[in-house]
Design a binder for this molecule. Sequence first.
Ligand SMILES: Cc1cc2nc3c(=O)[nH]c(=O)nc-3n(C[C@H](O)[C@H](O)[C@H](O)COP(=O)(O)O)c2cc1C
Length: 191
Amino acid sequence: MTDRTIGYIVGSISSTSINRRLATALERLAPEGTTLVEIPIADLPFYSPDHDADYPQVARDFKQAIADVDGVIIVTPEYSRSIPGVLKNALDWSARPWGQASFDGKPTAVIGTSGGGIATAAAQQHLKAILSHYNAPTLGQPEGYIQSLPGLITEDGEVTDQQTAEFLAAYLTAFNGLVERVLSSREVVAA
Ligand SMILES: Cc1cc2nc3c(=O)[nH]c(=O)nc-3n(C[C@H](O)[C@H](O)[C@H](O)COP(=O)(O)O)c2cc1C
């Protein structure tokens, strides 16, 4: 199988983010031949259509980073039953300028963790609706609702529960499958 590079976006800029820990865990669990790289969003200013004529370099870099990877995993907390504003802001940058939407056709997956029992399910439904609008093929199953119990993932991304580690590895394998299906169908069309 071809080596693949998968980008990930962390929808939290908290210095103690449990979703960043989850992203680090995914990085560690990536299957052979798959490299996970972060696509940072913390330095993006607020999006405004005023920027459309001349995107700032940081936003150009953000869009280029999405273009450079084979797929994107969005790892996000839930804020007030939706996604955090910092993530929505990044997605707004991705969607413009008109006709240059970064997620159009880009394989994506969403996953998240919170201490609560619903484990970001409501936020992920909102996020999937946004990605659908962008025409991004999105992983349907398995769904990545990770309840963040104390000590589940260490600061350096080690998953202490075997069942959770196996689930995350299976999740990454399933996403690889989606990426391969999307990219190989594109190669057939191009041939
Ligand atoms: C403004 C705000 C709104 C939140 N709303 C929810 C929510 O709707 N559902 C939920 O499960 N947790 C909610 N939380 C708790 C977060 O899931 C928790 O703070 C989590 O640690 C955030 O992820 P992070 O550590 O990766 O930043 C909220 C937290 C904040 C700060």
